[in-house]
Design a protein around this ligand. Structure first.
Ligand code: AMP
Ligand code: MG
Length: 410
């Protein structure tokens, strides 16, 4: 075990590397009907076993013609030999004629273009038109969207509405997905009171439970919520054991510092394996991680902004890997700083920030004025983090790295 009190700061990148190196996908696969698969992670890549569309189809209401029937000249007249609505099978096109056709209807054999109805005059003898369409005009060839044998969805993708729609378009009724990662959580602190209860002045409402619930739900996790746990070793051990037998990952808040009332650290030391890190980030106090009987454990600090930030930076990657998703370090967007940050810090800072248009309509990042790790308002005001490297200062107009929150909630 590495004690956190005097140990040197571990760099953010190194902490992330070590943490993610030890995590494996849970690998429980289930075949899920399409509607229930939304938000789940695809366990195998999906190949199309049909062409979409299966044959050439019209992309317009109009007339299917064979352009080689058209004589050179200004105007063409053709009789109409058949009518093909969407869903009907087409007869081959009679030579020297046009077929009335509608969007989504099969193009008859022998036709090579569809002329839009807006470009056609219709009378009792058929149609006339002056524009000569190029071959292939307004026709979607067979396989225009998907070719048989093509991989349409990649293993590890988190299924969105359009992914489900694409699976349906090749006739799939269900998809193989990973079962949700089960996350057990509890919250330590004798000062905590549940919303809805009356609050004495020396207590605070428990907000971390609700922030974490939202973050885990947004990631598609199944949550085992053990609620509030008092600051005693016995209560903490009981909650820890219970959570570890029901979950793939246990996440807690509070009680991981080195104070006498910090029982999460002690409970893990007694029940399993613990590592304590002092990570060189701000916000972010010591992060505890380890294992209890094969279940992964992450002990987040208690401060509400630290919970939010350490979830984004450390819990999110761990869950993504457990979910079977390919995890990549978040991609920062370079933006112009609309603020000064004159005090360098030996830790990497993740300032709560948002993008706004400045007076000259340029997009700049502004930061919440109070960056205290107890000020949860900053996370509501902000849309992302500005990441400031160790020992750096920022002057308005500098380019800084911006990490939108949205990428951590998916
Ligand atoms: P700790 O890490 O237990 O020392 O807690 C650090 C700070 O976070 C203290 O000010 C706690 O009151 C606060 N805190 C701990 N847990 C929660 C919670 N669930 N909701 C809101 N604040 C909390
Ligand atoms: Mg505490």
């Amino acid at each position: 075990m590495t004690r956190c009190d005097n140990s040197p700061l571990l760099a953010y990148d190194e902490a992330l590397r070590q943490l993610t190196a030890g995590i494996l996908p849970t690998g429980r696969i289930v075949e899920q009907p399409l509607r229930q698969a939304l938000g789940a992670v695809l366990a195998y890549s999906i190949e199309a076993d049909i062409d979409v569309p299966g044959c050439a189809m019209s992309s317009m209401d109009g007339y299917a013609i064979n352009t080689s029937d058209l004589a050179a000249g200004d105007s063409t007249r053709l009789p109409v030999s058949q009518r093909i609505p969407a869903g009907a099978a087409a007869e081959p096109l009679e030579a020297g004629s046009a077929a009335r056709i509608f969007t989504g209807a099969p193009v008859p054999q022998g036709a090579d273009a569809v002329i839009m109805q807006e470009q056609v005059k219709v009378d009792d003898n058929g149609i006339s038109f002056s524009a000569r369409p190029p071959s292939g005009d307004n026709i979607r060839p067979a396989g225009n969207d998907i070719k048989r044998g093509a991989t349409i969805l990649q293993q590890g993708c988190r299924l969105r509405a359009q992914d489900i729609g694409l699976a349906a378009s090749v006739g799939r009724q269900s998809l193989p997905v990973y079962e949700p990662v089960r996350v057990g959580m509890f919250f330590t602190g004798d000062e905590l009171v549940e919303p809805g209860q009356s609050l004495a002045k020396h207590k605070i409402y428990d907000s971390n439970r609700y922030t974490l619930h939202g973050l885990l739900s947004a990631m598609g996790c199944e949550i085992v919520d053990l609620g509030l746990v008092g600051d005693t070793l016995e209560e903490t051990k009981t909650a820890m054991l219970s959570a570890s037998t029901q979950a793939d990952l246990v996440v807690t808040s509070g009680g991981v510092s080195v104070g006498e009332e910090d029982y999460v650290r002690i409970a893990i030391e007694k029940l399993g394996k613990l590592r304590m890190w002092r990570i060189g980030i701000k916000p972010g106090k010591p992060l505890a991680y380890g294992q209890i009987n094969g279940t992964a454990f992450m002990g987040l600090p208690g401060n509400p902004v630290s919970v939010f930030a350490t979830f984004c930076l450390f819990v999110n990657p761990v869950i993504q890997i457990m979910q079977g998703r390919p995890w990549r370090k978040p991609v920062a967007v370079p933006v112009t700083a609309g603020f000064d940050w004159p005090k360098p810090d030996s830790r990497r800072e993740f300032l709560r920030a948002r993008l706004v248009a400045d007076a000259g309509q340029q997009t700049v990042a502004e930061i919440y004025p109070n960056q205290d790790s107890g000020v949860l308002t900053s996370t509501v005001w902000a849309d992302g983090f500005v990441e400031i490297a160790e020992n750096q200062t920022v002057t308005q107009g500098d380019t800084v790295d911006y990490l939108p929150f949205a990428q951590f909630f998916s």
